[in-house]
Design a protein around this ligand. Structure first.
Ligand code: GDP
Length: 474
């Protein structure tokens, strides 16, 4: 997402950045490129026009041309306008790492209500990722200790009820760590009856709410019917469900890959149902980003969350300021640090640093780190969060499988070998290579690299006299 847009923006802004003096002509030229970049990213024509108009106007109004670093000023103006276009500060507070799941404050996407449960109605077209999103939301709420009932009121797609049941079992199991309880209410037989009884979905929704109350769940997440296309029948059903359960939040799920179609359907949904926010799924895909950039302006409703993959943990809060930074190649260090913190605790990091300094780091520690790193996302996505790195990565052929192969080698080692790599002679190296389907040279390369890191760690640690010791003493 945003890769191309980011490149185009960077080259457009290069025309004005780094120059001591620029003319109105330079600005107009750069803005022409910015407009083109937005249109290529599938942003609505009027929105692109208005965006460029606002930036140009502000650039003139703030007397950018007279400033010390005019190029930098223009980038700043573009940055602020991008933040505004993406939803402004209030969509999700930038310092709210839970992406609005946290209680309290205007960013609270799913507020606590008393008496519970908070009812969240999830709507969207078929295939948009609605059911998957219900599961992801439940997983995120469970992590915060909130109990959730997942209600299956999508009786249009027969498999949806079973899918939601499976998801609720996955969220409830140990696979999704968290303290909240997860319940499920679904009636597979209701699907068969649907053709004859139009009000069945409404009844199922009401019973799901009753079940959530009986379970004393904090939140009811209600999956609702989708259709391949918007039509009156769908709207009628959704409106009746809405009236029956009185949701506190109506979240609309949109598939980012459908671009302007997603935005148009959002507008139509919002006219019929009072939606509170949008979940933009498939943010991990290689789409042009038009939906993300247009939906707020068209509907006036904020993007609350983005889906970044098919797994239950692939749901993130939508932070306009950070995304704008990513688009302009300023990086997103805050998200990177958050991801790292979620995987490795501070104590664990200190413990590891001490072990490294004392020359006691083992392959087991190394394996743990590799696993944590992999959970954080692909190498490209992580490096892309560093300032200035973004667009340079596009053509870089990163070997993403390298971590998998390294992990396979370590997995083929015995526990003793992992704790003491020094004992790895040639015959052991051959055996390990055979065990993981790689070459003995690959094993040797890993061992050599590992020993080098260990030595460096000791050198830097060196008790109180090494580099780390000195730094600690400061
Ligand atoms: P529904 O018909 O709206 O309930 O759609 P589903 O929840 O069944 O999702 C449709 C497909 O999209 C499934 O294959 C999901 O795994 C996939 N999907 C959902 N969200 C995401 C996402 O954020 N990223 C990616 N890559 N795939 C997603």
């Amino acid at each position: 997402m945003f890769g191309n847009l980011s490149d185009k923006f960077e080259s457009a802004l290069r025309k004005v950045s780094g120059k001591g003096k620029i003319s109105e002509g330079n600005i107009a030229e750069a803005m022409e490129d910015v407009r083109e970049a937005l249109l290529e990213a599938d942003v609505d024509y009027e929105i692109a026009e208005a965006f460029v108009g606002r930036v140009s106007q502000e650039a003139v109004g703030t007397e950018v041309l007279e400033s010390v670093d005019p190029g930098q000023q223009i980038i700043q103006i573009v940055h602020e306008e991008l933040v505004r276009l993406l939803g402004g500060e209030e969509a999700v507070k930038d310092d709210d790492p839970t992406g609005g799941l946290q209680a309290g404050g205007p960013a609270d996407a799913i507020p606590r209500v008393s008496p519970g449960p908070t009812v969240v109605m999830v709507a969207g077209l078929q295939g948009s990722g609605k059911t998957t999103t219900c599961g992801k939301l439940a997983a995120a709420l469970k992590k915060q200790g909130r109990s959730v009932t997942l209600g299956a009121a999508d009786l249009q797609r027969p498999a949806a009820v079973t899918q939601l049941r499976v998801l609720s079992e996955q969220v409830g199991s140990d696979a999704c760590p968290g303290t909240g309880e997860v319940f499920f209410h679904g009636e597979p037989d209701a699907c068969a009856a649907y053709g004859e009884a139009v009000g069945v979905a409404v009844e199922v929704a009401k019973r799901a709410l009753a079940a959530a109350r009986a379970h004393k769940a904090d939140v009811l997440i209600l999956d609702t019917a989708g259709r391949l296309h918007l039509n009156d029948e769908l709207m009628k059903e959704l409106k009746r469900v809405e009236r029956a359960v009185g949701p506190h939040q109506v979240l609309l799920v949109l598939d980012a890959m459908t671009g302007q179609d997603a935005v148009n359907s959002a507008e139509a949904f919002d006219k019929q149902l009072e939606i509170d926010g949008v979940v933009l799924t498939k943010f991990d895909s290689d789409t042009r980003g038009g939906a993300a950039l247009s939906v707020r302006e068209v509907t006036g409703k904020p993007i609350r969350f983005v889906g970044t993959g098919e797994t239950l943990d692939a749901l993130e809060g939508f932070h306009p300021r950070r995304i704008a930074g990513r688009i302009l190649g300023m990086g997103d260090v805050v998200s990177l640090v958050e991801k790292a913190q979620a995987e490795v605790s501070e104590e664990e990091a200190t413990r590891l640093q001490d072990k490294l300094a004392a020359g006691e780091m083992t392959m087991e520690d190394f394996l743990k780190q590799l696993k944590a790193l992999r959970r954080m996302g692909s190498m490209k996505s992580l490096l892309g969060m560093l300032p200035g790195v973004g667009s340079q990565l596009k053509n870089l052929d990163l070997d993403e499988g390298r971590i998998d192969r390294t992990e396979a080698i370590i997995n083929s080692m015995s526990t003793t070998e992992r704790r003491k790599v020094k004992i790895l002679d040639n015959s052991r190296r051959r055996r390990i290579a055979k065990g993981c389907g790689q070459e003995p040279a690959d094993v040797s390369q890993l061992v050599k690299g590992f020993e080098m890191v260990s030595q460096m760690g000791q050198l830097m640690g060196g008790g109180g006299t090494g580099m780390m010791g000195k730094m600690k003493a400061l």
